[in-house]
Design a protein around this ligand. Structure first.
Ligand SMILES: *Cc1c(COP(=O)(O)O)cnc(C)c1O
Length: 227
């Protein structure tokens, strides 16, 4: 079996096993294949092995790949930093945008989403542990932003995404996710069903704490030569 197909199978098995170990429902965790810096051909390999959801960080790179891969029925997620002058391209060319962390960005995405497309799926990025990073809102800003974004006509607010500071220790990996999930559950908003967290090095901790979408790059496509 070619490497990417083999890696995909291995990750699916890991997800399956973690779901069982932590009493998660079968198929409650979706795999988002993070293909940044990797060629379109690598995405085709994953696609042929059954993968449909792909995450990209760099807009221009993603648009080039979309042109190349137009014949494939892929679902495109933008998981990179959002510049406000790029929202129109995001609103036009993606199915999901994960890193929304301001009302201004959300309003632009909503007003720029073309009418002929379904509402754009959105996750609010929450900064749960990485004080260095400016990306993401704090937990106490979450209720207000959720209710504001919920009013916007051309967006479907799905849930939250997070990129915690890397940790080696399993319990340390779990802790920020546990806090985030508790804060979201406290909102009692039944539309917030997506928990976009967990990467190659903390997939298990993320599933233990309730991730519904793990974003996996390295373990699927191999190491990147640049980030
Ligand atoms: C690159 C990236 C990933 C994938 O990380 P890996 O460690 O390669 O699995 C996931 N989420 C975001 C936001 C990323 O930028």
């Amino acid at each position: 079996m070619p490497t990417i197909a083999r890696n995909l199978k291995k990750i699916q098995t890991q997800i399956h096993n973690a779901q069982q170990r932590y009493q998660r429902e079968e198929n409650s965790v979706q795999l988002l294949a993070v293909s940044k810096t990797k060629p379109a051909s690598a995405m085709v390999s994953a696609y042929q092995a059954g993968q449909r959801h792909f995450g990209e960080n760099y807009l221009q790179e993603a648009l080039n790949k979309q042109r190349e891969l137009g014949a494939f029925n892929m679902t495109w997620h933008f998981i990179g930093a959002i510049q406000s002058n790029k929202t129109k391209l995001l609103a036009t060319h993606f199915d999901w945008v994960h890193c929304v962390d301001s009302l201004k960005i959300a309003e632009r995405l909503s007003s720029q989403r073309p009418d002929f497309l379904e509402p754009l799926n959105i996750c609010v990025q929450v900064n749960i542990s990485d004080e260095e990073s400016k990306a993401g809102i704090s937990l106490n800003e979450l209720p207000a932003l959720v209710s504001q974004i919920s009013q916007l006509p051309n967006l479907t607010l799905r849930g939250v995404m997070a990129i915690p500071a890397p940790q080696i220790d399993f319990e340390a990996q779990r802790e920020p996710y546990r806090k985030l999930v508790a804060a979201v559950k406290a909102l009692k908003n039944e539309n917030l069903t997506t928990f976009s967290f967990g990467m190659s090095d903390d997939l298990e901790a993320a599933i233990a704490e309730g991730s519904t979408m793990v974003r996996i790059g390295t373990a699927l496509f191999g190491a990147r030569s640049y980030v």
